[in-house]
Ligand binder design. Structure first.
Ligand SMILES: Cc1ncc(COP(=O)(O)O)c(C=O)c1O
Length: 343
């Protein structure tokens, strides 16, 4: 059975969190002589530590109650927080399904958590037969599921994902960084059903402000409270909170960009599929395409000489390159450059 108190590291459960000046007084009006700020300027004040205005906007946009929202300095901060909240260094373990987003493994190494890897089976889907018995491993605290998955681009079978969430007594993190490009619905609707689920999304992909570093976690309010206690008090700058608010105020622009990217993804996949140096274009629910090339290292180098940079993923998925969908002009330049490669 899921018992949050038992899962949390003892030092975290006992933690007396830092109390910032804005915890003691959160009003906006007044003469502020409480946080040792410079009294002059526009950016002289510390940000709202709980990002209330932004959370209201995210709540309306994603239809998730404010109490179920945590905002991090990118999803990468949320991944790290999951480790620091739940995994005792040198003792606890996490489960990942490679090939997948590399930060789960890096964060595990940083936090000295053991790693169990169950490679994706054919079609880059989770091997449920191998996974279910592993969920009972003592000390297994976290399972990371990336859907749509980076770098393969496909979504995981939602039935398999739910089977894992329902069976696992620890925390299942579903990384939905690319969900807006997918036709599958988000798992966020199931927050009230599964108290052990953390759904991560980000402002870095479809929402278009990777430079502002804002990640979202939709989860049980008790986990939100734990993350709030753990995070640095001012983890998202005022400038970045404003950038995110501005983005959410211009939803028609965002929707237009999203449609453009999705239609370019179809066109790019078709054009890539016609090239003799590309052996396979994998189906994608994300804003990138994984392709198998005849000689990925040579293709990568040839593109770099034309100042077109794609990601060589051949060490992770043999023979492959990962190509982000760009603007129509960028995609045309890529296709023309690939046509010129003499392989
Ligand atoms: C699957 C996945 N999750 C998370 C991230 C990082 O997101 P953020 O920019 O919010 O830290 C990435 C970035 O490439 C990603 O591919």
């Amino acid at each position: 059975m899921f018992d949050l108190d038992k899962l949390v590291r003892e030092n975290v459960r006992k933690l007396v969190p830092y109390s910032s000046a804005r915890d003691d007084y959160s009003g906006r009006e007044g003469i502020f002589l409480d946080a040792n700020e410079n009294p002059y300027g526009n950016l002289n004040r510390y940000p709202d530590p709980y990002q209330k205005e932004l959370k209201q906007a995210v709540s309306n946009f994603r239809e998730v109650a404010e109490e179920n929202i945590f905002l991090g300095n990118g999803s990468d901060e949320i991944i790290d927080l999951c480790f620091r909240t739940f995994c005792n260094p040198g003792k606890d373990r996490v489960l990942v399904f490679p090939p997948t987003y590399g930060m789960y493994e890096v964060s595990a190494a940083i936090n000295d958590a053991g790693l169990i890897r169950i490679p994706l089976r054919s079609g880059f889907q989770i091997d449920l037969g191998k996974t279910m018995p592993v969920l009972e491993t003592p000390g297994l605290k976290l399972v990371f599921i990336c859907s749509p998955n980076n770098p393969t681009g496909n979504s995981m079978d939602p039935g398999d994902v739910e089977t894992i969430i329902a069976a696992f007594p620890g925390i299942v993190v579903i990384d939905e960084a690319y969900i807006d490009f997918s036709s599958f619905p988000s798992f966020k609707k199931l927050i009230s059903v599964y108290p052990n689920m953390v759904v991560m999304q980000t402002f870095s992909k479809a929402l278009g402000i990777a430079s502002a570093r804002i990640g979202m976690a939709f989860t049980n309010s008790n986990i939100v409270s734990l993350f709030n206690r753990m995070k640095p008090p001012y983890n998202i700058s005022t400038i970045n909170q404003r950038a995110a608010l501005n983005r959410l105020r211009r939803l028609p622009v965002l929707r237009n960009q999203l449609e453009l990217i999705k239609s370019e993804r179809i066109r790019l996949a078709q054009d890539l599929g016609k090239l003799s140096i590309i052996e396979e274009v994998f189906p994608s629910d994300a804003n990138f395409l994984l392709v198998r090339a005849k000689d990925p290292d040579a293709v990568w180098s040839a593109l770099v000489t034309e100042r077109i940079i794609v990601r060589n993923r051949s060490k992770i998925v043999p023979g492959t390159l990962r190509i982000t969908v760009g603007t129509r002009t960028e995609n045309n330049k890529l296709i023309n450059a690939l046509r010129r490669i003499p392989i």
